[in-house]
Ligand binder design. Structure first.
Ligand SMILES: CC(C)(COP(=O)(O)OP(=O)(O)OC[C@H]1O[C@@H](n2cnc3c(N)ncnc32)[C@H](O)[C@@H]1OP(=O)(O)O)[C@@H](O)C(=O)NCCC(=O)NCCS
Length: 239
């Protein structure tokens, strides 16, 4: 649609409904979940298996077409785990599959369609699962681009960025931009630079909800229930 015609109050009510739904149906699926977790489309988030733990201020965006899915395989009694640090974002279509361990640091952002798997799930000659398994680590402030696959055994260093559609099969050092299939370093970042990070959205003692409300009020200013209904029934370029 050309413009979002929702009134602010409807946006707010839907958001509260989403968070209540998440608290009731989704939170019990995590071993632990920290403060301030927020879900858009919580009914399109799927958690399977034990040992999924997240710290504070996780933001998850899931849609019907691109659900977010985290699975710890029951192999060996479910020895895998997924640990996600504070202030991380999971975008639509993120999939994580663990047979041994996926550890994600603070302030990490995983773009749409990221696939993280710490096992091959089949072996070249022995096609019964789980194949080779090696833990995955994403250090703090890692940014994974759209459609990236991260294979078993990989550690991605602090602040590093993985370019869109890359396949990461080997460790990527700190402060590195890597891209390609298989992903190779293509650039460097200044590790001493003052990065702005997701945690800064929550700094200064101001609740995140206030930032969101301010943003939504500006974006949806002047919208009314009648205008919203009209935009649905008689869409036009003029409004
Ligand atoms: C293909 C695969 C099974 C190979 O595993 P492996 O035999 O342990 O291979 P290695 O990780 O030792 O990698 C061997 C080489 O192939 C490259 N390579 C491995 N997987 C690659 C991939 N998916 N794309 C591009 N290159 C790849 C590695 O970079 C390495 O290159 P090098 O010889 O130049 O150093 C594995 O890397 C993979 O893709 N696993 C995911 C499987 C999957 O998607 N399962 C889903 C459930 S069915």
């Amino acid at each position: 649609v050309r413009r979002d015609h929702h009134p602010f109050w409807a946006e707010r009510a839907l958001d509260e409904l989403n968070q209540a739904w998440a608290r009731h149906f989704l939170f019990p699926q995590f071993d632990t979940i920290g403060a301030g977790a927020r879900f858009l489309g919580p009914n399109f988030v799927e958690i399977q298996g034990p040992n999924v733990r997240v710290a504070d201020h996780l933001h998850v965006f899931a849609t019907r077409q691109n659900p977010v899915s985290i699975c710890v395989d029951p192999y060996d009694g479910g020895v895998g785990h997924v640990n996600i640090g504070s202030y991380c974002v999971l975008s639509p279509g993120v999939r994580m599959r663990s047979a041994i361990g996926i550890d994600i640091g603070d302030n990490c952002m995983l773009a749409e369609g990221t696939y993280v798997t710490d096992a091959d799930w089949h072996d070249a000659y022995h096609r019964i699962y789980p194949g080779k398994r090696k833990p995955i680590r994403l250090r703090d402030n890692v940014w994974i681009g759209d459609g990236v696959t991260i294979c078993k055994g990989v550690t991605i260093g602090e602040n590093s960025i993985i370019g869109a559609c890359s396949v990461v099969t080997k460790d990527i050092p700190d402060n590195t931009i890597a891209a390609g299939n298989p992903a190779k370093p293509v650039g460097e970042l200044d590790g001493d630079a003052a990065f702005s990070k997701r945690e800064h959205l929550f700094a200064g003692g101001r609740p995140y909800q206030e930032y969101k409300d301010e943003y939504d009020r500006g974006r949806l200013q002047g919208n009314t229930l009648l205008g919203w209904a009209r935009s649905r029934l008689w869409p036009t370029r003029k409004l």
